[in-house]
Design a binder for this molecule. Structure first.
Ligand code: IPE
Ligand code: IPE
Ligand code: MG
Length: 257
């Protein structure tokens, strides 16, 4: 796979093969707080600081897209107080960070079913997207009330509506027709998936998009995840051989999918 060759020149210290799009399940905030005998909310606050450090590291390393799992469609099942505290944290973080993101060239986008959020949060989300839409240095996608199954279902619905309207022939629906309806399809594919916090599961994050993503799991709890930890994941990625169904010999001969 040589799709990343164009990035080799970004920095002399950069690994030869660099992910273009990193997707992270930011897990372990609760356990981080618990280890300090503090309420879980403190862990979420510390997690918000780690987000900033991660964005900085991505900017420094020339990563094009960073997708962060902030709130899953299943996280509504948490105690009401924790969900409320998370919503407050999102609201405050948006108010506090948007100007800085704008200044640093970050384009912000939200993915997920946003109808479930309070109107004031939805308007902050729309404002952050609007303000930063001209930025190109780093595309930051925040997955909020996102579920991989929701994503596939909404894509199927979009095609079903087009079929019902007579725009497309349902018998001709294939993965190439579905793919553009899936979230983030206009961006480079997620090529490095990171989950912090020690669990080795996807928890309904990107499902379709992870088909050929390299998976990386670390025991580091999200609030402790820093630039060095991100670089360790990127270095691990650089050592992977991505074959996309082909043989190692084909890859060595320069074949690309
Ligand atoms: C991830 O950390 C943050 C969210 C899901 C919002 P957790 O809150 O899941 O932390 P643990 O897994 O309980 O330690
Ligand atoms: C996944 O973490 C969701 C986010 C990080 C936002 P969870 O902590 O909710 O996942 P499970 O419940 O352990 O699978
Ligand atoms: Mg968790």
């Amino acid at each position: 796979m040589n799709a990343d060759v164009s990035h080799a020149a970004v920095s002399p210290a950069a690994p030869a093969r660099k992910p273009r799009h990193i997707a992270i399940v930011m897990d372990g905030n609760g356990r981080w707080a618990q280890a300090r005998h503090r309420p879980r909310t403190i862990g979420h606050r510390a997690g918000a600081r780690a987000v900033n450090a991660c964005i900085d590291a991505c900017l420094d390393d020339g990563i094009e897209v960073l997708t962060l799992f902030a709130f899953s469609s299943e996280n509504w099942r948490r105690p009401k107080e924790e969900v409320g505290a998370l919503m407050q944290l999102f609201l405050r973080a948006l108010d506090r960070e948007v100007d800085e993101l704008l200044r640093r060239g970050v384009r912000v986008r939200f993915v997920g079913e946003r109808a479930a959020f309070a109107p004031e949060l939805r308007s902050r989300m729309a404002r952050a997207e609007e303000l930063t839409r001209g930025n190109t240095r780093l595309h930051l996608c925040i997955a909020a009330n996102y579920g991989g199954r929701w994503d596939i279902a909404q894509a199927a619905r979009a095609l079903a509506l087009r079929a019902a309207a007579g725009d497309i022939d349902p018998a001709r629906i294939d993965e190439h027709m579905l793919a553009p309806q899936i979230a983030l399809s206009d961006l480079p594919d997620a090529d490095l998936f990171i989950r912090t916090g020690g669990e080795r599961r996807i928890s309904n994050f990107l499902l379709w998009q992870l088909a050929y993503c390299e998976l990386y799991f670390t025991d580091i709890l999200w609030p402790d995840f820093d630039a060095a930890a991100l670089r360790a994941a990127i270095a691990d990625f650089a050592g992977r051989e991505r074959r996309f169904g082909m043989t190692a010999a084909q890859i060595a001969a320069g074949a690309t999918p």
